[in-house]
Ligand binder design. Structure first.
Ligand SMILES: NC(=O)c1ccc[n+]([C@@H]2O[C@H](COP(=O)([O-])OP(=O)(O)OC[C@H]3O[C@@H](n4cnc5c(N)ncnc54)[C@H](O)[C@@H]3O)[C@@H](O)[C@H]2O)c1
Length: 384
């Protein structure tokens, strides 16, 4: 039986006790109020998973030992989940997503999509065959002013992209990545769990995705320098990438997870033929627009001049800041619309809903793997 209620049912894979994103996801879904948590594999350790499930009020009979078991048993239930939220370390995204997509259960998955382009292409094939929807949780695309930037770019306000500068310094992994030892290292430093890159996959994928999401432009080729600063780390924690986009535009990306004193300073400068846009996630209720021979404009979220694409997700009046939880919630809100439409027989292309898609995820995985190829080839240009 299909769930005909407006309130969707969801399950989680990952997002348990030590998770940095699990509670953020749940809070975002609580904020929307249109999805109820009813099942989970919150950890690979069943006892821990049961404890988390009990704390979250999930019925014990719907705590499972693995994603495969959850997919099968939930698909067989009359009141089974409408979608699954996957918040595990990177290596498990592929197999878990595939298990649910194969059975027609919609998937919201953390980034990066998976470890290799081949895995990503396989997921696209499965989703196309079963018709299941896929939402990639690239958080920064959920900020209202990212939506505003996308609408402005699509309207040609700054003209076609000529060059872009993206910087993403943070320092929360100084100890984890720079001072780690074989004993203390986490999944982020283990290629089998993180992917062939650490920072480049973790935050480089956000950088590629935001530019792709706002401009619609994919990257054609990269020249990357990946570094492991400090003595301990096994994989990159600091990188510079020069990019060439499909339309010939250039880009420069710098990311670091050991940039001491920086919190989470994701900033983009999109420079077009007629003007430029600047988005800074730490001040994400504003967007700076510079047009030729005009004074610099600071656009506020929720203003009379705001585009419908950003006003649609207005939760608080302008000047009352929104943040990360609202960004996650905006992405889920669009995904829930797509799920309800699909259930009600309305078929629209997924990109029209405004959440990051599976195809964008594949582009992101190609991007960070090409960066590692470039580094391994002695900082050579590599096509995606
Ligand atoms: N969108 C964002 O802004 C953002 C921010 C941080 C992390 N992430 C992504 O979220 C994912 C998780 O990162 P994190 O920092 O929360 O990791 P974490 O190590 O803090 O938490 C991982 C969680 O997954 C559980 N888990 C591990 N293996 C599992 C398995 N096989 N089955 C079920 N559960 C399992 C762990 O018990 C834990 O609860 C990563 O892919 C990361 O890239 C995204």
């Amino acid at each position: 039986m299909t769930n005909s209620s407006r309130v969707l049912k969801y399950g989680m894979v990952g997002g348990g006790d030590v998770s940095s994103v699990g509670e953020l996801h749940r809070n975002a879904l609580r904020l929307n109020g249109d999805a109820e948590l009813v099942a989970g594999v919150f950890s690979h350790d069943l006892e821990k998973s049961r404890r988390t499930g009990a704390e979250l009020g999930v019925d014990a009979s719907r705590i499972y030992a693995s994603a495969d078991e959850m997919a099968e048993r939930e698909a067989a239930r009359e009141d089974g989940i409408d979608f699954v939220d996957i918040s595990t370390p990177n290596a498990y995204h592929y197999a878990a997503s595939k298990a649910f997509l194969e059975l027609g259960i919609h998937v919201a998955c953390e980034k990066p999509l998976c470890l290799t382009p081949e895995e990503g292409v396989d997921l696209e094939e499965v989703a196309a065959r079963t018709g299941a929807l896929f939402c990639l949780m690239h958080t920064f695309t959920g900020h209202a002013m990212s939506r505003e930037a996308r609408a402005l770019y699509e309207d040609g306000v700054i003209g076609e992209l000529r060059t872009v500068v993206v910087e993403y310094p943070q320092d929360w992994l100084v100890d984890a990545l720079e001072k780690e030892t074989e004993e203390t290292k986490t999944w982020r430093s283990i290629p089998a769990l993180s992917g062939r890159g650490a920072a480049i996959g973790d935050i480089g994928s956000h950088m590629e995705n935001w530019v792709h999401y706002v401009t619609g432009l994919g990257i054609h080729s990269v020249l990357a320098n990946l570094e492991a600063l400090g003595s301990g780390t096994m994989l990159d924690n600091n990188f510079q990438v020069i990019t060439k986009f499909e339309n010939g535009a250039s880009g420069f990306f710098w990311g670091s997870q050991v940039a001491v004193g920086y919190d989470n300073a994701f900033k983009v400068m999109l420079l077009g033929e007629k003007g430029s846009l600047e988005f800074w996630q730490e001040n994400n209720n504003y967007l700076v627009l510079r047009l030729r021979d005009q004074p610099m404009q600071v656009l506020s979220r929720g203003s009379a001049y705001s585009r419908p694409e950003s006003l649609k997700y207005l939760r608080t009046p302008k000047g009352h800041p929104e943040g990360l939880t609202e960004a996650f919630a905006n992405i889920y809100s669009a995904f829930a619309d797509a799920i309800r439409d699909r259930r009600d027989g309305t078929v629209k292309p997924e990109q029209e809903y405004g959440y990051p898609t599976l195809a964008m995820g594949v582009a992101g995985v190609r991007f960070f793997n090409a960066c590692v190829d470039s580094q391994e080839a002695g900082n050579a240009w590599v096509e995606l």
